[in-house]
Design a protein around this ligand. Sequence first.
Ligand code: SF4
Length: 377
Amino acid sequence: MNNKDKKIKVAFPHMGTIYVAWEKVLNAVGVEAYIPPYTSKKTLSIGTKNSPEAICIPYKLILGNFIEAIENGVDYVSMIASPGICRLGEYGRNIAQVLVDLGYKTNYVELNLYDGFNGMIEYLKKISTHKNYFKLLGAVYLGVRTVFAVDELQNFLSYHRAREVHKGDSEKAFNKAIRYIRDAKNSRELSRALKKGLSEISNVEIDKNKNVLHVDLTGEIYIVNDEFSNQNIERELGAMGVQVRRSLTVSSFLKDAIIPKMFKKGETHLERAYRLAKPYLMRDIGGDALECISDVLYAKERNVDGLIHVSPFTCMPEIMSQNIFPKMREDVNLPILSLIMDEQTGRAGYITRLEAFVDLMRRKKMKAKNTQVSVKQ
Ligand code: SF4
């Protein structure tokens, strides 16, 4: 291949299934999307070795993803930045400096999502040879639609996984659906792929009459959406007959961060957070703390059976929410389980805590079975 025909190779860190959207955007602007090996214990160990000890775990995993990608010859590593109140605002600069200190020559480029669509266009201009505004806008649109499609599939998976007759069937169908989405080249193909994916999952044999529990999953957005760092909590709960609804999704984040008001339907997650969280938290204190506090009240409003809060060890905003939860537990009478994720990936103790929580919710539900209140989906 002629050198000038060689495509620029760009890598981005993992966070659950977000690679599906990144890949689509980058490929649509003529860039080769490089997907680093999915986050593993090796990634964590590389990241930890090169990070300050007390930094939160998403930083360590992102750095680990970057180093693994660079070792595989990418031209750019790239990530989302935000001017947030917590340490996220410092991530980019630190990571770029660490990579230089380690002697890597790879370019580092970041995307500030809070600059909206124009920020995304400017970011794409830096890595792509395509400079046509409409072409770039089309790529962003396709990426955003992909995020919404994947979240819809994820939700559908959760419903089926809690009721499946043969363990693992729903996840197999979901993985097939993700392949359909990845193969879609444009918006029309994406719509078809989503339809095909949903039908793939709905073909899974389920027990519709199973008495499932409903749990909302909230916390720091990276941990909520990344199965490596939350130890695949949704799979574990699904196997115990629990349908999980993620309160914080990438699509809900995009609605707040980049989608113009005129294209939004109803109240966004952040708008709801400001409305509901007030009696307990008056303002945004960084990260996702405001949303987490409001998610407790929203879960209660919808009469779910419990709420699980997951956060990284040393995450400052989530330490604040954990300190507000005891008072909320008393006020709203809702089972809340707070799990702090760190570098220790031991499974046995983790599963025991989940089982005890599920048991508590079941007993509470049994007691209240005569009240006949149903969960609003
Ligand atoms: S929200 Fe928490 S985990 Fe995320 S960057 Fe901020 S301090 Fe770290």
